[in-house]
Every structure is written in structure tokens, then in C-alpha cells.
Write a protein that binds this ligand. Structure first.
Ligand code: PLP
Length: 385
């Protein structure tokens, strides 16, 4: 029996994934410069504290609240500040689940969401699995990244329900400027659209301009409905614990929360142990974030030192986040280039086209990579670009 049309026609890995699997099966020592799983990057996790948090008395009780346990929501609200209250929050098992709930809340099958691109590739599938379509609207780079607000407005159709932005963006690192925020919320308000803001990387500002919107929660009363998504996977580098959240602001906030709670009540997917542990886990976030920021800075400095010997190559500013975009002469397709680096240097980086970066001249590397591997990967690959 065929699957529904929400799913892809087949599940074959893409060419780069297939080549990676082959290289590994041949026992080649591939340096993975795309690693984004913080539990595999050599950070010093406070194991005793994490285990203690997961042994709190509450882990044995089941007393579900569709919005999430009040104690956990209070801890998330205190973590964010900016006047956020526990009652403005709904807990989810991940940001991905948060998107699923929001798309169900806001859109009917056949509706659309607009996503400034390049962006997080999962949106295409998260939307499609809800029967809706994610339409990319290219942003542009001129000294820094800019939303193309004119193109966004032109792309709005009668089926458009929401705009989804990532702040700072993955993989470009672009933080919205305060001006962009006001123009974007105004555009959404004029067209009756909701605005979803993914802020999983907001604690990781690196080369951020002073006029950046550090978080959408700076705006206490946006003119359109705003849903801010985040979670433990980046905030506390604990993706395995599966806790995300949605903060709801703007017109209709309490009705939106009621709708979200109804949806969440059908699943009740957030485990009691992680909710009981959340206050203690969030208290560990600053120490883990400090380690990550040090890694991001060290790798960026190593990259700049390595690039000095290769004037044909450059990198884009990293306003925030965990990725860096390398720029090279686009003498071949970026996917062909990534394959060549894997075959000839046993180094894995992502082609920019995986994230809808146009032109073939970008490669994406993760600054989370262990420092020695990152430096060796650069030594091996830069001469080949
Ligand atoms: C922009 C963005 N949002 C969300 C996530 C994942 O968050 P979660 O683990 O909570 O689903 C990622 C992971 O890389 C991401 O890049």
C-alpha cells in the first residue's frame, strides 16, 4: 500500500550521505566538520548535577498539564526574562514538535508559510507533514544578511498563514535588526499573518551588530501574533532530554495558548522527568553555553588564521549560531565540491545548496567541531578549494 503524499517518494540517502556511509564502511577516518550534536563534541557536562536533576521526586509522578508543568514553565520564563510569564508558555518535546503544533493551529491543508531563505532545511518537511507548503523567499547578503521584505510581501498569497524566521538564522547566523523586526511585525499585522521566531541559537551571539534583535521577547506588545520557539537542545546543549517550548505574544495570545493546549492535550508528549528536572537543568545552561561560546570563538580564530594563507577564500561574518559559511570560487557545483573534499581529503562539510544558498560558492561548516579536528580539517581541505 502506498504511503500518503506527505512522505517523500523514496528514502534513498542523498549522494553526499551515501558517499559518507561508503567512506566510513571502508574504515576511512572522516573528519566531520558538520557535527551539530553537542553531546559528541567533548564538552564537560556536569554529570552528577544532571543525574541529580533527573532523580527529583517529581520524576515518579504523573500529573499532566497540557501546557506543561507550572514549575518548569516558571523556570523557562525566568530563564528568558523580558517579562515572560509562565502562563505565556507551552512546553513541547522539541522545537520540531512545536512547529507541528503551530502549523496545525494556524493552517489548513493547502495553506502556505513563508520562510526567508537560506534557512533550516527541516521546515520543508515539517510543513509538508502537516499538509502545508513552506515557500522560501531569498534574503540577500550586502555586508550583512538582510530580509527582502519587498519580496516577502510580494510572495503573500490568499493561502499564506505565517512567516517563519530563525533568529539568529541557521546557517547564515543573521540576527534580525531591530528595524527589520518592526517592519516584519508590521507586515504580518497588515496581512493577518502570524510570525514564528525560532530562537534556539539566541544565546550564541558572536559577531553580532549592536542593532540586533537579541530576542523577539524584547518586544512586549508586537502588532501581530508572535510565537517564539526554543528548547533545551541548544539552550543547555541537552538535545537528548527532549524539551522545547513556545512563548506566545501579541494579539489573541490567550486564545492561541488555549488552542495549543488543546492540541498538546491529544499527545501529552513531554515526559514528567524532564519537566521535573527543568529548573535544575536550566541552571546548568550558563556553564555549558560558556564552553560552547569558547569553542565557537576558537574555531573562528583558527579559520581566520588558516584563511590568511588562501586569499581566494573567505568567510562571511558569523553574527551568531553554530555555523560558518565559507566562500570559494564557484568553479564547480557546491555539492560536487563537498563530494570531492570527502573523497580526496576525507573531510565532510555541507554544500550551501543544502540550505538554499544560491550560486554554488558556499560551504557550511560547524564551529562546534572539536578544535583539533576543525584545524586539521581546514588544513586538509582549504588547499583543495
Ligand atoms: C533552527 C533550528 N531549530 C530547531 C532545531 C532543533 O531543535 P529541537 O532539538 O528542539 O527540535 C535546530 C537544530 O539544529 C535548528 O537548527
Amino acid at each position: 500500500m502506498p504511503f500518503s503524499s506527505r512522505l517523500p517518494a523514496g528514502f534513498e540517502p542523498n549522494t553526499l550521505s551515501a558517499a559518507l556511509a561508503r567512506a566510513r564502511s571502508e574504515g576511512r577516518d572522516v573528519l566531520d566538520l558538520t557535527v551539530s550534536n553537542p553531546t559528541r563534541c567533548g564538552f564537560a557536562y556536569p554529570e552528577a548535577e544532571i543525574r541529580a536533576a533527573l532523580s527529583a521526586p517529581g520524576v515518579l509522578a504523573y500529573d499532566p498539564d497540557p501546557q506543561g508543568a507550572a514549575s518548569a514553565r516558571e523556570a523557562v520564563a525566568a530563564h528568558h526574562g523580558h517579562g515572560l510569564r509562565a502562563e505565556d508558555l507551552l512546553l513541547t518535546a522539541s522545537t520540531s514538535e512545536g512547529y507541528g503544533l503551530l502549523f496545525k493551529l494556524l493552517a489548513d491543508p493547502g495553506d502556505e508559510i513563508l520562510v526567508p531563505s537560506p534557512s533550516y532545511p527541516l521546515f520543508e518537511w515539517l510543513a509538508r507533514l502537516e499538509g502545508i507548503q513552506a515557500r522560501g523567499v531569498p534574503s540577500y547578503f550586502h555586508d550583512r544578511w538582510h530580509l527582502d521584505l519587498g519580496a516577502l510581501e510580494a510572495a503573500i498569497s490568499p493561502r499564506t498563514r505565517a512567516v517563519v524566521v530563525v533568529n539568529p538564522n541557521n546557517p547564515t547566523g543573521h540576527f534580525l535588526s531591530k528595524t527589520e523586526w518592526h517592519e516584519l511585525t508590521d507586515l504580518c499585522a497588515r496581512h493577518g499573518l502570524a510570525l514564528l521566531v525560532d530562537e534556539v541559537f539566541s544565546d550564541y551571539a558572536l559577531e553580532a551588530p549592536v542593532d540586533r534583535l537579541a530576542t523577539a521577547l524584547e518586544d512586549p506588545a508586537p502588532p501581530c501574533p508572535v510565537f517564539v520557539l526554543s528548547g533545551l537542545s541548544k539552550v543547555a546543549a541537552l538535545p537528548q532530554l527532549k524539551l522545547g517550548w513556545i512563548a506566545v505574544r501579541g494579539p489573541g495570545a490567550s486564545a492561541h495558548l488555549e488552542g495549543l493546549a488543546f492540541l498538546a492535550d491529544q499527545y501529552l508528549s513531554v515526559s514528567a522527568p524532564v519537566q521535573a528536572a527543568a529548573p535544575a537543568l536550566l541552571a546548568l545552561a550558563p556553564g555549558l553555553q560558556a564552553q560552547i561560546r569558547a569553542r565557537l570563538r576558537a574555531n573562528l580564530a583558527a579559520l581566520d588564521a588558516a584563511l590568511a594563507a588562501h586569499p581566494r577564500l573567505s568567510r562571511l561574518p558569523v553574527e551568531g549560531g553554530w555555523s560558518v559559511l565559507l566562500r570559494r570560487p564557484a568553479v564547480d557545483e557546491d555539492e560536487a565540491c563537498a563530494l570531492r573534499l570527502l573523497e580526496e581529503a576525507s573531510v565532510l562539510v555541507h554544500p550551501g545548496s543544502f540550505f538554499d544558498l544560491p550560486g554554488g560558492g558556499h560551504l557550511v561548516a560547524s564551529l562546534l567541531t572539536r578544535e583539533a579536528a576543525f584545524r586539521e580539517g581546514l588544513d586538509r581541505m582549504l588547499p583543495l578549494l
